[in-house]
Structure formats: structure tokens, C-alpha cells
Design a protein around this ligand. Sequence first.
Ligand code: SAH
Length: 287
Amino acid sequence: MSSSHNSEGSRPFRAGERVLLVDEKDRRYLVKLRPGADFQTHSGVIDHDAVIGLEEGSTITARRKESTGRKVLAVRPTLSDLVVKMPRGAQVIYPKDLAAILLAADLFPGAKVLEAGVGSGALSMAALRAGCNVVGYELREDFAERARANVTDLLGEQSGYDVQIRDVYDGIDERGLDRVLLDLPEPWRAVPHVATALRPGGILLSYLPTINQTAELRRVLEEFPFALAETTEVLVRSWHVTRRSVRPDHRMVAHTGFLTTARRSTNAFGARADEEREDPGVANGLG
Ligand code: SAH
């Protein structure tokens, strides 16, 4: 069973599981605990045996030849930690976007989800953690392998995960899908297949790096039975907080990608009617 799906209580760290070590300068290391092994950090050497048996949230003093090392905090990694630290072939979707996708695509336990392309499996992990059953289409064998390995390694054996080597532009075999998640360069080429594979009311979600691609997707969505199309981007500003100084951090990630969602309708009323719809700001009395 995956450690990520069960409450840990205050169970101590055991050999074979992953631990996130964080030093005083917030440098983070993801380590798989093995008896007798050691791990080199900027703060000194950590013996795995010093972590095994400890309670989560403990601090360990790193070992140094000439001086005492610094303190390092040991916690179990969150899904965000895993996504940022895991080995990747393709670019992954970052935590701020994964968080938004969970609700934008309304991912729910037991949902029948098709995902293409799978890449390194970051989005797969978020969907699986939300309880979805995921069929993945991926062009490249090496990425498919990497995604399967990342998912099993980080979430444990997943029965509801099936990655197939195939091109989603050529067609989708599944029917009655609740959700389709697309992270590939030309999602509009998949739209005709998605229109058939998605059940009415189902949600298509696409993640795209440029607005040109997004505009093309929106144009093609209007030609098929989809309604309620929406495009958003997620800007997250982190803050620097100390006793003396509380302010936004100087740097933030300015751009990753645009999220577009649309719902499968039974007829193509979408486009025209949408244009005539009231501006949501006006409808909410905010206009
Ligand atoms: N969402 C993934 C990253 C996907 S990267 C994550 O979070 O980790 C985009 C992937 O789409 C690449 O692996 C690429 O090989 C795959 N891809 C591109 N075109 C495709 C197609 N037509 N069918 C299936 N997969 C495709």
C-alpha cells in the first residue's frame, strides 16, 4: 500500500521509505532510507541509520570531519516535494498548476480519466492521488517508462494506472470518460476524438504554454459539441516573512502555462450563445 494514501499517525521513519531533509538554508534533499548508507549535504553527512526510527518532524545534526555539522529537519515529502524532486524526461506541470487543475477539471475519486501525453507523470500523480482511474497515452516509450517508475516509486503500486504507447491524435478507444487531460503541443488535433470519448457533461482540460496555441484550441472547440469554455492562468506570489520584514519575495515565476477547460455538451450551442452571455463580473454585481 502506498504510504501517501494512509494516515501516517506518528509512525517512525523506516528503511525503504523516502524522507525529505531540509537544512537551515532551506536546501531540500529527497532521500530513500537504506540501512548503513550515508548522504552528503551542504550541512554535512547524514547517516541513514540516524533517521530510521526517528519520528517525522525531528531534527538531526549532520556529521562533519572537523566541526559539528548543522541541523537538518526530516519530514515525509508532500506531493509537491515529490513532483519537484523526481527524475524527469519531459517538463513537468508545476504544483501551482497541478493544484488548480484538480478543481478546474473537477477530479474526483473513481473518475474515469484519460491523460495525454503522460511525460514524467506529475499530472498522473496528482490525478491518482485524487482517486482517479487514469489511462495515459504517451508517444514515447522512454517517457512512459519514466512515468510508470515515478508513480510506483513515489505513490506505491497503483492498480488504476495504465500507460499505453500511442498517439492521441490518431484516436481514443475509451468511451464514457469523465475527464480528459491534455498536455501536448496540438490539443486541437485531439478535440474530435475527445468529443466522442467524453461523456456529456464531462470535462476537457488542456495545459498550454502559449496563448497562440490556446487561441487555436478555443477556435476548434467551437466547432465541436463543447460549452462553457474557460481559459485561466495561475499566478502565485510567495512572501518573505521574518520578524522585521514581511513582504512579497523579490522573484516569482511569471509564466508556466494556460489552463483551458470546456464541458462536453450534447449539441454545439457553445460559441454563439457564449458570446451573448453576460460578463461574469456584471452578473455578480462586480462590473
Ligand atoms: N503532464 C506531464 C508532462 C507532459 S510533457 C507531467 O506533468 O509530467 C508532454 C508529453 O506529451 C511528452 O511526453 C510527449 O512525448 C507527449 N506527446 C506529445 N504528443 C503526443 C501525442 N500526439 N500523443 C501522445 N503523447 C504525446
